[in-house]
Design a protein. Sequence first.
Length: 452
Amino acid sequence: MPSFVSPDEIRTRFSQAMSAMYQQEVPQYGELLDLVAEVNQAVLTADPALAERLASNGELERLGLERHGAIRVGKPDELFMLRRLFAVMGMSAVGYYDLSVAGVPVHSTAFRPVGSDALSRNPFRVFTSLLRLELIDDPELRERAADILEHRDIFTPGARRLIDKAERAGGLSDEEADRFVLESLESFRWHRSATVDRATYRALHEAHRLVADVVCFKGPHINHLTPRTLDIDAVQRGMPARGITPKATIEGPPRRRCPLLLRQTSFKALEEPIMFQAPSLRAQAGGASGSHTARFGEIEARGAALTPKGRALYDQLLEQARTATGGDYEGALARAFEAFPDELETMRREGLAYFRYRRTDPKTPISPAETLDALIARGAVEATPLIYEDFLPVSAAGIFQSNLDGDSRAHYAANANREAFEQALGAPVLDEFALYGEAEARSIAALARAAG
């Protein structure tokens, strides 16, 4: 019987290797990691009850490991192969996000682990976007972009062989897992040489800066890698002292006693030198130099996963704040969210969030005749909100747009096409609500078994 490295271990090796690579490529990312670590330690020191709760729920160990990355690919077969690559690491495509409604010509999913144990070991996620060439208005430019993409391969031969081997054999050996990490990492590396000449780059850049970022390079360089913080407001305040300029506002819900979903901020994309190709093969001189901005730093804070009822209320209140007049968005956001209960038990009773239930003391008897509410009321069972493991399309678009010039922002109508995305992916995306619901149901079933 062959001995295989677990997908969780391969995922951890890959995420740590990617973090080391990105820290070399973007030194400010290392500064950001230090700031987040300081803030997290300060929060835990000031709130021992929080530290104990995170430890008992298995969240403390994952906090230092937790990262999410983001990449953008240009053609369906690249997305298809990425699904196979991430599957080796125990990651599945969860959720469908249409960002065209926010003026970003992509649709996306998140590759992540889905089981409770896998998430506890390492919740590494990669938000992955597929370029929508059909949203480029100029047919000639659209055809040119498609031709450029058709002639590139973003995966090394070694990565392809090891993915085939993992699928065929059911896993990878220790040595193969290490080689898989090194080979796969090449797909996400930054390349200073563009694959096009300056004129082509400019034309695609004018269509949308993100189009140029996807089409004009050898591969889908990782454009940000995001640590998780326990106090994103403190990180936002602390960035300028470290020479990092944050975006003006934090995306997502306002600060609350009971955090919801996902809050995100970032620092401005770096302007990085690149070399363009010569205009033609016959050109005597080499290509011209220039610059490109795409890669930035991002930080996130995660809260409770909301049920469809809770999400509907969240979306309603967010829209209310976004359409408020007066110019004070943060004030409008805080006022709007006064209508969302900020107490966990109320959120639980009203069915606004998903929870994990467990006995406070295995020795305390529980009866099948007692309701869940009664068990919680007498302290025999505790309810802990499930952490939101996914993303918010409005927030993702807000982060993208904060790193684009105003002239780069196109306006598209809502144009979701989940069917085309799943066809390119080669599989249906998983439903995030179903995953949270199943996790909650498993914890209730465990209580029922304990009650006999």
